[in-house]
Design a protein around this ligand. Structure first.
Ligand SMILES: [Cu+2]
Length: 154
């Protein structure tokens, strides 16, 4: 009797564990750029896909490539001017969907670059997700890439 109860509890425990870690994040097509060899700041862009059954959120980013890393987006102030804004709460990624970090939109901001970025450099970036935890990515610097949607980043 007691043994059966114990086994049932153990099995229930094992079954309950996967519900803790729900989200699965896939990072695709990441690249980074700065505005030239004298630039003190840079940004990283990528696609973030949530293949898990529950929503997740990118809440922080860390890198040794700059003094400060922040999650930023651009907000249209209604006059056609896109203003870059820090987003402390991060970016939600709904279950089973994909969000884009792209030029003129959401991005990972690097402030105070420790070394100038050159074409082909690899930037170490740790993305911190609410559910998925920390994901390390190597982001190639691509200064030549043109996005289809271009916005000024002044
Ligand atoms: Cu920014």
């Amino acid at each position: 009797m007691k043994l059966t109860t114990l086994i049932s509890a153990a099995v229930a425990g094992v079954i309950a564990i996967p519900s803790i870690a729900l989200a699965d994040i896939v990072v695709q097509d990441a690249y980074a750029r700065s505005a030239g060899s004298m630039a003190k700041a840079g940004a990283a862009f990528m696609m973030l896909e949530n293949t898990g059954p529950s929503a997740d959120r990118l809440i922080d980013a860390k890198s040794d490539a700059a003094v400060k890393i922040e999650l930023h987006t651009h907000i249209d102030q209604g006059d056609g001017v896109m203003k870059m804004t820090h987003v402390p709460e991060g970016f939600e990624i709904p279950a089973g969907s994909m969000i884009a970090l792209k030029r003129g939109g959401k991005h990972v901001m690097f402030m105070g670059l420790k070394n100038a970025w050159s074409q082909g450099d690899m930037i170490n970036l740790t993305l911190v997700f609410e559910q998925a935890g920390e994901i390390n990515v190597q982001v190639p610097v691509d200064l030549e890439r043109q996005d289809k949607m271009m916005h000024s980043h002044n």
